[in-house]
Design a protein around this ligand. Structure first.
Ligand code: DX5
Ligand code: ZN
Length: 228
């Protein structure tokens, strides 16, 4: 259930655009497409102007899925709450540099608690702000929309930061990209050095999730699920 080691390109469906009344089934539809990661967007109505799910929902989902749970904490005070998400069963915790007072300390604590750790930066946040901490992480998350809502337009300028971040972290840290990823934008971010592609609207707005995921894979020429 851990994040796959760096070196493969993975699609991480974001459930933000899924039917929240049927989350278990919805996760099942992307599991059937052979993804290894599901991206869980946690919003607190404070760091971002929207509210989603928290540990109680994640703990229930943990019982019905073996996918790696990649939690994206769009919350203030991530250090106060991170442990509760780990207890609920997430395998990876990404928090925002804009919300963390002592990011190095939190990364260390996440590792001690047995999860992988990620740092995220908003579209307007310069790469310099994560330069020191990025190499300590297992994954760096680059936002290509303003966090808070699915289905927004891809911000190309923000995506260019991937090139710089790849130079900083080398090949062994995953670079995840989040916001507006679809068959048009996926090849662009892969060419910049991203290897973990979050996609919400491009997958969950379609009735055939396997086809939607394969369309993204085909666009960057990733491996297809056998028999589809
Ligand atoms: C936005 C979230 C994203 C979102 C992406 O704040 O962090 O994970 O679900 O959605 P799409 O793929 O629709 O842009
Ligand atoms: Zn996200």
């Amino acid at each position: 259930m851990r994040l796959p080691e760096a070196g493969t390109i993975e699609i991480a469906p974001s459930i933000l655009d899924a039917d929240f009344a049927r989350l278990a089934e919805e996760i099942g539809t992307v599991e059937a497409a052979g993804v290894k990661i599901v991206h869980l967007d946690v919003m607190d109505g404070h760091f971002v102007p929207n509210i989603t799910i928290g540990p109680p929902v994640i703990a229930k989902l943990r019982k019905v899925s073996d996918l790696a749970f990649d939690s994206h904490l769009m919350i203030s005070e991530p250090a106060t709450y991170a442990e509760r998400f780990i207890e609920a069963g997430v395998n990876h915790v990404t928090f925002h540099i804009e919300a963390a007072d002592e990011p190095e300390k939190l990364i260390e604590r996440l590792h001690e608690l047995g999860t992988t750790a990620g740092i995220c930066l908003n579209p307007e946040t310069p790469v310099q702000q994560i330069e020191q901490v990025a190499p300590l992480c297992d994954m760096v998350l680059v936002m290509t929309v303003h966090p808070g809502f699915g289905g927004q337009k891809f911000m190309h300028e923000a995506a260019r930061k991937i090139i710089e971040i790849r130079k900083i972290v080398g090949p062994n840290v995953r670079i995840e990209v989040d916001g507006g990823i679809d068959p048009q934008t996926a090849p662009v971010v892969v060419s910049y050095g991203a290897d973990t592609l979050v996609a919400g609207h491009a997958i969950f707005s379609k009735s055939d999730r396997v086809a939607a995921i394969n369309a993204i894979r085909e666009a960057y020429q990733g491996p297809r699920l056998a028999g589809t």
